[in-house]
Design a protein around this ligand. Structure first.
Ligand code: SF4
Length: 279
């Protein structure tokens, strides 16, 4: 399969492929627009995603040095009442963890099999010129399990790319995986972040995993991007009606239980189109 010229592998499109090769094919090869409601309560979902995006922007501005008083004022008038609570949780629990050189909303990439792997980080800290700490902010209602986070494509890709390309942040030729930690901080659960240190064994496993995955995609021809057999993957997929995998969307509660993340869908959805769809 020849991928589009400007195609980069990201956590989002790799996850789509791993969930369902056909979804990957529809979305990134054919660029098929087929909006279906992702969850039953689409307006609540939309609002939750947008509030998550506003919260990310608030932290970004804070890290870039915008005075806190101005950001407090923005948080106080936010239409989503959760946001001010998340903001207070952040201010009480996170700033003391942010020592070091800050790289905010920074993107890194690394080549693999003549393709490009790309990650966009909420924050990377370089501490003592040698330790690299990734922070990822989550607003999902559920604090996910450490084991699940370790297995997540985002965790695997972000730590792997930082090990390959993080020298551009430290000014050194090489980064050892042991220098890297990834922290997930959940705004509704502001206790300490879930911290996932990297190591050489996990790095080797990730390299093999991503190489196999990309090679598999490159080796497939169009008719071999099959629909997943696991129909649970269809419950929150935009192409449900296209695939005749049910017209009813999964519910918002199940969305949390299924451990999907609203922020992952933020840029995938065309809410204007969604509002035109009736079920
Ligand atoms: S509805 Fe199911 S089979 Fe169809 S693209 Fe989505 S996940 Fe794949």
């Amino acid at each position: 399969m020849k991928l589009p010229e400007d195609f980069d592998f990201t956590q989002s499109n790799l996850k789509d492929y791993l969930d369902c090769p056909y979804r990957f094919y529809l979305k990134y090869i054919l660029h098929t627009k087929w909006p279906a409601l992702l969850v039953d309560d689409a307006l609540v979902f939309e609002e939750r995603s947008k509030a998550g995006a506003r919260f990310h922007r608030l932290i970004q501005q804070y890290l870039l040095g915008i005075p806190q008083s101005r950001l407090d004022a923005i948080a106080e008038i936010d239409p989503n009442p959760d946001l001010i609570k998340w903001w207070e949780n952040f201010l009480e629990n996170v700033p003391h963890l942010l020592e070091g050189q800050r790289y905010v909303e920074t993107s890194l990439s690394t080549p693999m099999l003549n393709q490009r792997l790309v990650a966009k980080y909420d924050l990377v800290l370089v501490q003592d010129q040698s330790q690299l700490v990734i922070f990822d902010w989550k607003t999902s209602g559920k604090r996910q399990r450490k084991e699940w986070l370790l297995d997540r494509v985002q965790t695997r890709l972000y730590r792997y790319i930082l090990a390959r390309a993080g020298g551009s942040l430290t000014g050194t030729a090489e980064i050892s995986p042991q220098q890297i930690t990834m922290n997930y901080w959940f705004a509704p659960h502001p206790e300490a972040p879930i911290s996932l240190p990297y190591n050489q064994k996990a790095f080797q496993a990730d390299q093999t995993f991503f190489e196999n995955c990309i090679q598999e995609i490159l080796d497939r021809n169009e008719e071999n991007f099959f629909r997943t057999d696991d129909e649970r993957k269809c419950r929150y997929c935009l192409y449900r009606s296209h695939c005749d995998r049910g017209v009813n969307a999964g519910d918002l509660q199940g969305f949390d239980a299924f451990e999907l993340d609203a922020e992952d869908f933020e840029f995938d959805l065309d809410f204007d189109q969604i509002q035109e769809i009736e079920f």
